[in-house]
Design a binder for this molecule. Sequence first.
Ligand SMILES: *[C@@H]1O[C@H](CO)[C@@H](O)[C@H](O)[C@H]1NC(C)=O
Ligand SMILES: *[C@@H]1O[C@H](CO)[C@@H](O)[C@H](O)[C@H]1NC(C)=O
Ligand SMILES: *[C@@H]1O[C@H](CO)[C@@H](O)[C@H](O)[C@H]1NC(C)=O
Ligand SMILES: *[C@@H]1O[C@H](CO)[C@@H](O)[C@H](O)[C@H]1NC(C)=O
Ligand SMILES: *[C@@H]1O[C@H](CO)[C@@H](O)[C@H](O)[C@H]1NC(C)=O
Ligand SMILES: *[C@@H]1O[C@H](CO)[C@@H](O)[C@H](O)[C@H]1NC(C)=O
Ligand SMILES: *[C@@H]1O[C@H](CO)[C@@H](O)[C@H](O)[C@H]1NC(C)=O
Ligand SMILES: *[C@@H]1O[C@H](CO)[C@@H](O)[C@H](O)[C@H]1NC(C)=O
Ligand SMILES: *[C@@H]1O[C@H](CO)[C@@H](O)[C@H](O)[C@H]1NC(C)=O
Length: 483
Amino acid sequence: MKDFRLSNMVVLLLCISILCLVHLTQARKHHLKHKHKGSHKSQPPSTSPTPEPVAPEPSAPKPAPEPAEPPYNDGSPITNSSGVFDVRKFGAAGDGVTDDTDAFKMAWDTACQSDSASSLILVPRGFSFMIQSTIFTGPCKSSLVFQVDGTVMPPDGPDSWPNNSSRRQWLVFYRINEMALQGGGLIDGRGQKWWDLPCKPHKGKNGTTLPGPCDSPIAIRFFMSSNLTVQGLRIKNSPQFHFRFDSCQNVHIESISITAPALSPNTDGIHIENTIGVEIYNSVISNGDDCVSIGSGCHDVNIRNITCGPGHGISIGSLGKHNSRACVTNITVKDSVIKASNNGVRIKTWQGGSGAVSGVTFSNIHMDNVRNPIIIDQFYCLSKNCANQTSAVFVSDILYDNIKGTYDVRSPPMHFGCSDSVPCANLTLSEVELLPAAGDIVLDPFCWNAYGELQTLTIPPVSCLLEGVPNSKLDNSDKGYCS
Ligand SMILES: *[C@@H]1O[C@H](CO)[C@@H](O)[C@H](O)[C@H]1NC(C)=O
Ligand SMILES: *[C@@H]1O[C@H](CO)[C@@H](O)[C@H](O)[C@H]1NC(C)=O
Ligand SMILES: *[C@@H]1O[C@H](CO)[C@@H](O)[C@H](O)[C@H]1NC(C)=O
Ligand SMILES: *[C@@H]1O[C@H](CO)[C@@H](O)[C@H](O)[C@H]1NC(C)=O
Ligand SMILES: *[C@@H]1O[C@H](CO)[C@@H](O)[C@H](O)[C@H]1NC(C)=O
Ligand SMILES: *[C@@H]1O[C@H](CO)[C@@H](O)[C@H](O)[C@H]1NC(C)=O
Ligand SMILES: *[C@@H]1O[C@H](CO)[C@@H](O)[C@H](O)[C@H]1NC(C)=O
Ligand SMILES: *[C@@H]1O[C@H](CO)[C@@H](O)[C@H](O)[C@H]1NC(C)=O
Ligand SMILES: *[C@@H]1O[C@H](CO)[C@@H](O)[C@H](O)[C@H]1NC(C)=O
């Protein structure tokens, strides 16, 4: 134990001295740069200049404390004018076995405190880095690029993870403004052993599901951050969600690929929550759960040219769980393909919620063998005996435009199941043509308390939408709350 502490101290001291060095060399640069930097940084750094270990110590007790040898260095300075911080210069081994967490943290802290106009943390190609659950914390002094050209992966499976809250997340980026996570590399979540836990659906003995907590880590989580770009990466086999953005602003995701097996539980591709201004472009996602899921508090979301499937499709929700209020507005999904999925474009809300989903456009979407290609489910319930409640999230102003392709005949191609007390309003269908993927049985669309209109005839024909404006049975003063 003492040895462990001692070596930690040495590492910390080493850290501090390196940072001092960096600080000194940077001070001159900063002095020169200061003039045209202008008001780039409006706030004085509120944190003390001494970098403290940012993340809660995530590592499991190590077999042997590492000797406090200096990080690998070929003689070049640890940072250089180009602002490139190679994790290997901070001691990362990149052999796929060694725990490289400390090197990544040190590279992060150094880059984050660097005064260069922009700092790049390099995860070089040809190496595989094993790192534990880590919180990369900002704010940083400049914008950052986290360049992943190699492979990054967590310890393999639940037995190698600490038994505490860090089990819920692996790579966390917290309070960062302006960062790009990019590169041609791979982020491999090594999810298999997590998916096979006996508490996962039907993974217990004889296909049972063992009760109890079943935490599994989200691969990449951005929390309270802004002006983020994720580009070019491949991410695969997360133990749980691949990406989760909470309370973020201005998120741009482009040209990424996410893959996990169709039967991997809960492996949503990209989940956003309380996040404003999101663009997801030109990406391919196949997994075992929602392709993209949009939670409460999101608005101004634009999704274009993505290919989903196999998986569970694109989902707004679930919203209103445990009588919560949810507001989701101004969402556009267009020019995309959804294939071999349980759902196509879905809005799902629990009974008893409040708030609203409005201003949603699904446009130019090709469905290929999709069950429930178009679905609104305001009776979302996982247990089958949820109590009937009057309050509901109000769903309105939803446009389905140019949605064509084939559906899996186990369910009708269109399903609008709206609340008894707060019916859906202003659903618009235009150019919707959905044919059975196999056979020639055509199922009738289903509507319940759904108000809206057809701009063109649809295939199959929809005759169940109600005309006009619903007369809400609730004196729903909630309705205006969201806008
Ligand atoms: C989790 O456990 C590890 C190892 O026991 C410990 O180092 C870490 O601080 C813990 N993390 C949290 C968030 O409690
Ligand atoms: C300095 O920059 C060069 C690229 O210009 C890079 O190859 C090198 O690894 C950098 N040094 C460190 C310590 O990151
Ligand atoms: C976590 O707990 C399980 C059983 O409770 C144990 O088998 C496993 O070794 C523990 N993992 C760590 C890293 O302590
Ligand atoms: C699993 O099923 C087999 C055969 O049906 C039975 O003998 C065994 O007791 C079951 N095991 C459990 C844990 O339920
Ligand atoms: C994000 O970037 C924009 C434009 O560069 C800037 O105006 C805004 O202040 C940034 N957001 C935050 C939270 O700093
Ligand atoms: C759509 O995304 C794919 C990648 O999935 C890309 O190859 C293609 O060029 C994109 N199309 C457009 C029009 O941007
Ligand atoms: C809707 O979101 C888009 C970005 O996706 C934004 O450009 C537009 O201004 C928003 N519309 C409204 C009415 O806020
Ligand atoms: C809820 O209402 C539906 C239809 O009105 C009814 O069939 C169902 O039994 C009710 N469920 C409960 C749990 O009361
Ligand atoms: C109905 O919804 C569409 C968007 O789908 C919107 O443009 C239109 O203004 C809405 N109509 C009314 C009466 O609110």
